[in-house]
Design a protein around this ligand. Structure first.
Ligand SMILES: Cc1cc2nc3c(=O)[nH]c(=O)nc-3n(C[C@H](O)[C@H](O)[C@H](O)COP(=O)(O)OP(=O)(O)OC[C@H]3O[C@@H](n4cnc5c(N)ncnc54)[C@H](O)[C@@H]3O)c2cc1C
Length: 437
């Protein structure tokens, strides 16, 4: 497990072109892309680990990931998401494709499987909802259109300001057609079926809002992202930050943990650098905050001259309710527990908006959604690590028995791994001989 350098005040004297606040996926990606273009990049992370929601933690022999459970599209080397991961990790990040049945939507009366590839979507759903093939085809068409229109919408943000404002109305119009409608409106218009709405919105936990509140564009982006299945980073999600930060450091970039930023410094109306909570000031002409919109506008820019304007915009952003995560370590292999690594979405009923509202009104009501994921069942490196740990323990046992254990009658010692076939063979061979193990 990689350990990152902790911040020290003397590092503040170095000169940087860009300072990035936060070492989550967004900060790391921006950092590597800028370093590839010759910029001297500094990433400051307040946690003691890099990676944000991609980091993992250990207790005893168990390791858990805190965020990432599956990522779509990266199994195809040609997909834009995979290409970006390959660039930022310098091809070091490897992926393991999950079983085809990536998600299961579970209601009290029935379960529905979402299974890759995309071509299975219509026939599978039509089996649950006979006679809906045409409506499902229309639904997929609208999902595709919505995602495609997002390219112009997001592309507009990358243009120089004058060009962006000039082209804004044309580049965003189509996307707003989808993003300004709720998922419920669009789906009810196509299907007019509440059960279908419940099933097709069974992944709402992925973006965080139930169908009457969520933007259809967000729903479409998530659904389409997973239609060809899910993937998991080999060696757990921490491999994302480990490989990407290695790449950054190889290009001369710096990443320090224990480096909490307090404020973005502004001088003569321009970005000048950042101040850490310890008081050190670090200067750079460009500062990128990847620590979230609320932190950025209500905290880092609180003394900026145009703060009033920012805080007005901030009133349009609300924070989502929190969630509780239970990390369980099981004393058996994933293979013994189940033969699939499907994510489970468990609901008290198919009306997601009602489930959430009931729970927010009365916390004794059933949870509006329970999501169950099995990272070790998705990760081939888990078995390799298990074997490595087993060998480590065998070596320790050898050392202890070698020192204190009894001797074979001949006075010699013989060792081997205690696999069941080997034990059976040795039992047969040993017959009357004395054998330890
Ligand atoms: C429970 C959960 C499950 C998820 N599952 C999936 C999934 O299966 N698939 C998927 O694609 N996405 C998933 N996501 C979403 C995905 O993990 C996030 O969208 C993504 O990791 C966010 O990256 P980020 O860089 O924007 O933010 P973050 O990862 O939040 O990074 C922000 C960083 O900024 C740091 N920071 C904050 N304040 C300061 C400060 N003052 N100074 C310095 N540093 C600071 C934080 O410590 C953090 O490291 C999940 C998210 C959650 C919460």
């Amino acid at each position: 497990m990689k350990k990152w350098l902790g911040w020290r005040p003397e590092y503040a004297n170095e000169k940087y072109d860009v300072i990035i606040i936060g070492s989550g996926m967004s900060g790391l990606t921006a950092g590597v892309l800028l370093a590839r273009h010759g910029k001297k990049v500094l990433i400051l992370e307040k946690h003691f680990k890099a990676g944000g929601w991609t980091h993992t933690f250990r207790r005893e022999n168990y390791e858990w990931d805190v965020g990432i459970h599956y990522i779509g599209e990266v199994h195809s080397k040609r997909s834009p998401v995979r290409k970006l991961f390959d660039v930022v990790s310098d091809d070091k990040l490897k992926w393991h494709k999950m079983d085809d049945n990536y998600d299961r939507i579970i209601f009290p009366d029935k379960e529905y499987n979402l299974t890759a590839p995309r071509e299975r979507f219509i026939p599978d759903m039509a089996e649950y909802f006979p006679g809906t093939e045409d409506k499902l085809a229309k639904y997929l068409q609208i999902v595709d259109e919505s995602v495609r229109s997002g390219q112009n919408y997001f592309g507009n943000k990358a243009l120089p300001e004058w060009l962006s404002s000039l082209s804004y109305p044309f580049m965003t119009k189509k996307y707003f057609k989808y993003s300004d409608r709720t998922t419920k409106d669009v789906l009810m218009e196509i299907f007019n079926d509440k059960k279908m709405l419940g099933v097709l919105c069974g992944q709402w936990g992925d973006h965080g809002l139930p169908p009457a509140q969520s933007s259809f564009a967000m729903h479409a982006a998530v659904v389409r992202h997973y239609l060809n299945g899910g993937n998991y980073p080999v060696g757990t999600s921490r491999q994302i930050a480990e490989t990407v930060s290695d790449n950054l450091e190889n290009m001369g970039g710096k990443l320090y943990v224990h480096a909490p930023v307090e404020e973005i410094l502004i001088s003569n109306g321009k970005t000048a650098g950042v101040r850490l909570t310890g008081g050190e000031e670090i200067y750079a002409p460009i500062v990128i905050s990847s620590a979230g919109v609320i932190n950025t506008y209500s905290k880092f820019l609180r003394n900026a001259p145009n703060f009033e304007g920012y805080s007005k915009q901030l009133q349009t952003v609300s924070q989502t309710p929190s969630y509780v995560c239970l990390y369980m370590g099981l004393k058996t292999s994933p293979e013994k527990l189940q033969d699939k690594n499907t994510n489970l979405w468990i609901y008290p009923g198919d009306n997601h908006d009602e489930n959430l509202e009931n729970y927010l009104q009365d916390r004794d009501k059933e949870f509006p959604v329970i999501y169950v994921s099995f990272p070790s069942a998705k990760d081939p490196a888990y078995m390799a690590e298990l074997y490595y740990n087993m060998r480590k323990h065998v070596r320790k046992c050898r050392a202890a028995v070698g020192q204190f254990g009894p001797r074979l009658p001949s006075g010699g010692r013989r060792w081997g791994k205690g696999t069941p076939p080997r034990a059976a063979k040795e039992r047969r061979q040993a017959q009357a001989r004395l054998l330890y193990g």
